[in-house]
Design a protein around this ligand. Sequence first.
Ligand code: ADP
Length: 488
Amino acid sequence: TMAQSKSLLVLENFIGGKFVPCSSYIDSYNPSTGDVYCKVPDSGKEEVEAAVKAAKDAFPVWSSKSPLERSQILNKLADLIEQDLEAFAQAESKDQGKTITFARTVDIPRAVYNFRFFASSILHHVTECTEMATMGCVHYTSRTPVGVAGLISPWNLPLYLLTWKIAPAIACGNTVVAKPSEMTSVTAWMMCKLLEKAGVPHGVVNVVFGKGAKAGEALVCHPDVPLISFTGSTLTAQRITEKSAPHCKRLSLELGGKNPAIIFDDADLKQCIPTTVRSSFANQGEICLCTSRIFVQRGIYSEFLKRFVAEAKKWKTGNPSDPTVNMGALISKEHLEKVRNYVKKAQTEGAKILCGEEVDSLALPPGNQKGYFMLPTVITEVKDESCCMQEEIFGPVTCVVAFDTEEEVIKRANGVKYGLAATVWSSNVGRVHRVAHRLQSGLVWTNCWLVRDLNLPFGGMKASGIGREGAKDSYEFFTEVKTITIKH
Ligand code: ADP
């Protein structure tokens, strides 16, 4: 009805510094109520074409600005987002289903920091130089921006991961066309409203909203976009790799994980248990870095299990805007169904569900009855070959199993197709080093989780991705290098 459509939030694409309406729209749901509350442009080739053209036109001026000029603009943008932190946090929570607390303390502060971090790091890069005295030559490298960067981001950490791409791309002097997930587009649209005030010239940042198969693929296939930075599923990455192959595009792919936590019998359980509950269920388990396979050494297995389940049961699931809630809603009805099916499958295979889905009941406030909620779920007595131990579930489900030896656990931890993040808990420094060294994983956290220094490489091995991002790595990815030889 008219009354309904009037109250809906309607997003527009942001192309060449202007908001432009689209001819058709996609419904976007509030995951905590199940209501449609927003219309997202269903962009296609035409919109992508216009955005790429705007980005191409803006490139000569933007790429010739000094790093300091670009840095000042990025810092201004960071300040503007920070000034609106609460509005961004509310919007992210409503759009994604995550708790307001997580959005306030993780998503939006990190989006702000992404701009500040790359505003700073871009000022400090040095290139290489070698001397070849016998030839009377010096060689040096110079780095220049690549051109129009295509950025495709997922729905789990919408503004956080989008800005993790936009910030380094534009800091290096590229212009961008970004396509956020069609399920979580609101905060990207809000950010567009601040670009002009921050001093970002028209056409430097363009955002095209829409579906992956349509808008995303048009971007991947566009001949004038030489570089794609993608975060999402391994399956989509395969498709992007295929589609971009004829153009020899440069790809950075941040994909899924099936992250192990390895807990030795000398671990400090007081630290380990709350952190491992958090690493399993933070953001509803919808973070590629979340733990989903917990290997516990036999000697402490039953004690760990008892305390871990007790701690997981303390987590409150409910209305994301309640600041006391630990877990909000999952992204969509379909995703909730998919996650639940993993739990059902485990049960039919003879695994034991210790808490959560299937065994405990979830009481929701009246307004959230149709939301996509489930409880933190702990599964045990599950085989390493089971799909729950092999596939990325991307929800609040974690498996706990026992192990005996170091040698054995390394082999089992490495026995999946993914290799993104691992956690090792032990007070034996030698063991921590040995195990960390042998894990097939782009990141290894010992005695902690999710502590990041953005200076250092981030990314996965095996099916978890290709390429790394971070201060130096992003600089290298978003620039083209040239070796110049001077003979005197
Ligand atoms: P998930 O399975 O977690 O939803 P996806 O990999 O499907 O993750 O989505 C991540 C991002 O990739 C989203 O912005 C989505 O729209 C986009 N995407 C999906 N399919 C394609 C595709 N074929 N080409 C380009 N982008 C895509």
